[in-house]
Design a protein around this ligand. Structure first.
Ligand code: FAD
Length: 435
C-alpha cells in the first residue's frame, strides 16, 4: 500500500506520461507514475518515427544512450493503384547532420529507456498497476486515484491523464466523450527482420541512414487510411491503418489490408525473405482539432493521445504527446511554485501554453481536413490514385501515339470520372482545408 501523498500522479508511461513525469520530477516535484503494462512500452505501438527536437527539449543529451535505430535521410510518398505506385520523394545529405532531426525507434525498447530517465530524476514508477478510478472530493475536484493493486486511494495535488487513445478513465469519469468511430483509426503493424546489409542494399542506405515510405491509394480500398514502411537497423516496420467507421461500413479487415499491402508488386520485393517476428494492432486518434476534449479541470490535466492530440495529416503523434506532457509538467510546476491550488482556473495555464505551441497551431490549421478526407475518401484514396496511375502509364509508354493525343486522353479520363465541376470542387475543398 502507498501511503504517501504526491505532488502529481501520472497515469501511463508512454511518450506523454514520460514527458510529464520527467519534467515535473526534474524540477523537484514528488511524482508517482502508474503503468498497467509489465514494463513501460510493453503495450505501446508506433511506426515509429521519433522527432528529436521534442525529446531534446526534455532530455538534451538523449543521443548519448537512447536506443535509436536509423536517422532519416529520405521520405518517399507513394500513390498506389493495384499494380503501380507513382511516387514523390525527398532525399538529402543535409539530413546526415551531427544531430539528426528524425530517427526510427522501436517503442518497447525506447519507452523502457525513457522510463529509466524518468526514474533517474526521482519519480516513483510502478508497472503492472492499472488505475481503475479517479477519486474526487465533495466539490468534484480530482484528489487522487484508485488502482487494481489493493483498491486503496493514492492522493495527489494533481492527476495527469496520459492513458493513451482509448482514454477509458477520462471517459468513465465524464471528463471526455468516447472517441467516435470516424475520429479513430485502427492500424496493424508487423516487424519484418532482414540482415542489415540487405536493408541497406534494398533502400540505398549507408550506415545508420534510414528511409520512410508512406503510401495511400487502392491499398485502403477507398477508405480513409494509409500504409507505411520504416527502416530500422535490422528490421522493417510495415503497417496499414484506416478509420474504424470505414472498416465497419465496408466490412474490410485490417489484417486483410495488411496481407494485400505486403503482396503489392511495389512492396513484395522490399520484404522478400524477411522473418516476421511481431504483430500488433492499435488505435490512432485522427479526429484532429474538432475532436479535442477539455484539456484541464479541477485537479486534472490530460495529455497526448488521451487528449486526441495527433496530427494525422503529417503522421505526427509522439511529438505532440511529448510536447503536451512537457507543457503540462511545466504548468503544474509553475502553479506549485506559486503555492497556488491545482484548480481549474490555475491549470488553465497548461491550455494557454499548448495553444501557443505548434501543437494547437498545427491542429487548428488542419481542422477541416479529417472531415474532408472522410467524406470524400473514395475520390481521394481510390479514384485519383487510379487516374494518376493510368495517366502515368500512358504518358511513359512509347507506342507511336502523338504526345498531344496522350495528354488529351488523360485529361478526358479525369473529366469522365469526376466531371469538370467535380475536379474543380475537389481542388477547391482541398485547398481550403489545407489553409
Ligand atoms: P501511449 O503511448 O499509448 O501510452 C499510454 C500508456 O498508458 C500506455 O503505456 C498504457 O499501457 C498506459 N495506460 C493506459 N491506461 C492505463 C491505466 N488505466 N492505468 C495505467 N496505465 C494505463 N507517432 C509518431 O510520432 N510517429 C510515428 O511514426 C507514429 N507511427 C504510429 C504508427 C502506429 C501503427 C500507431 C498506432 C501510432 C503511431 N504514432 C506515431 C502515434 C504515436 O504512437 C502516439 O501518438 C503516441 O504513442 C502517444 O503517446 P501517449 O503517451 O499519449 O500514449
Amino acid at each position: 500500500m502507498i501511503e504517501e501523498r504526491f505532488d502529481a500522479i501520472v497515469i501511463g508511461a508512454g511518450m506523454a506520461g514520460n514527458a510529464a513525469a520527467h519534467t515535473m520530477a526534474a524540477r523537484g516535484l514528488k511524482v508517482l507514475q502508474l503503468e498497467r503494462g509489465e514494463y513501460p512500452g510493453s503495450k505501446n505501438v508506433q511506426g515509429a518515427i521519433l522527432y528529436a527536437d521534442m525529446l531534446e527539449k526534455i532530455i538534451p543529451n538523449f543521443r548519448e544512450d537512447a536506443p535509436l535505430e536509423r536517422h532519416l535521410i529520405e521520405q518517399r510518398f507513394w500513390m498506389m493503384s493495384d499494380r503501380s505506385h507513382t511516387g514523390m520523394q525527398h532525399r538529402s545529405d543535409d539530413f546526415n547532420e551531427e544531430k539528426p532531426n528524425r530517427y526510427t525507434i522501436i517503442r518497447s525498447q525506447f519507452d523502457r529507456w525513457f522510463s529509466k530517465q524518468v526514474q533517474g530524476q526521482g519519480a516513483v514508477v510502478i508497472c503492472e498497476t492499472t488505475v481503475t478510478e479517479l477519486v474526487r472530493n465533495s466539490d468534484g475536484k480530482v484528489i487522487g486515484v484508485r488502482t487494481d493493486r489493493d483498491g486503496d486511494v493514492i492522493f495527489a495535488d494533481v492527476v495527469v491523464l496520459a492513458e493513451g487513445v482509448t482514454g477509458l478513465l477520462g471517459t468513465r469519469a465524464g471528463l471526455r466523450a468516447t472517441p467516435k468511430p470516424d475520429h479513430v483509426a485502427l492500424a496493424v503493424k508487423e516487424m519484418h527482420f532482414l540482415p542489415q546489409e540487405t536493408i541497406e542494399a534494398r533502400f540505398n542506405l549507408r550506415g545508420d541512414e534510414g528511409v520512410v515510405i508512406e503510401a495511400v491509394g487502392s491499398i485502403s480500398k477507398g477508405m480513409t487510411g494509409m500504409g507505411f514502411i520504416y527502416t530500422n537497423k535490422e528490421s522493417l516496420s510495415l503497417g496499414i491503418g484506416c478509420l474504424v467507421s470505414d472498416f465497419a461500413e465496408k466490412g474490410e479487415t485490417p489484417y486483410g489490408l495488411l496481407e494485400a499491402f505486403k503482396k503489392h508488386p511495389s512492396v513484395a520485393p522490399l520484404i522478400a525473405g524477411s522473418e516476421v517476428k511481431e504483430y500488433a494492432a492499435h488505435l490512432i486518434p485522427e479526429g484532429g482539432y474538432k475532436a479535442i476534449p477539455d484539456l484541464f479541470g479541477d485537479g486534472w490535466v490530460v495529455v497526448g493521445d488521451a487528449a486526441q492530440l495527433n496530427n494525422a495529416i503529417h503522421r505526427e503523434g509522439s511529438n505532440l504527446a511529448m510536447t503536451s506532457g512537457r507543457l503540462a509538467g511545466q504548468a503544474i510546476f509553475q502553479v506549485k511554485s506559486r503555492r497556488d491550488p491545482m484548480t481549474k482556473a490555475n491549470l488553465a495555464l497548461y491550455k494557454k501554453m499548448i495553444d501557443d505551441s505548434f501543437v494547437m497551431k498545427d491542429l487548428k490549421k488542419y481542422k477541416d481536413m479529417p472531415g474532408l478526407l472522410h467524406t470524400n475518401s473514395k475520390n481521394f484514396f481510390l479514384t485519383y490514385p487510379e487516374l494518376v496511375s493510368k495517366a502515368m502509364d500512358n504518358f511513359l509508354r512509347v507506342d507511336g501515339a502523338p504526345k498531344i493525343e496522350k495528354e488529351n486522353a488523360s485529361i478526358r479520363s479525369f473529366i469522365k470520372q469526376r466531371s469538370l465541376l467535380g475536379l474543380f470542387g475537389d481542388a477547391l475543398k482541398l485547398a481550403r482545408a489545407w489553409r
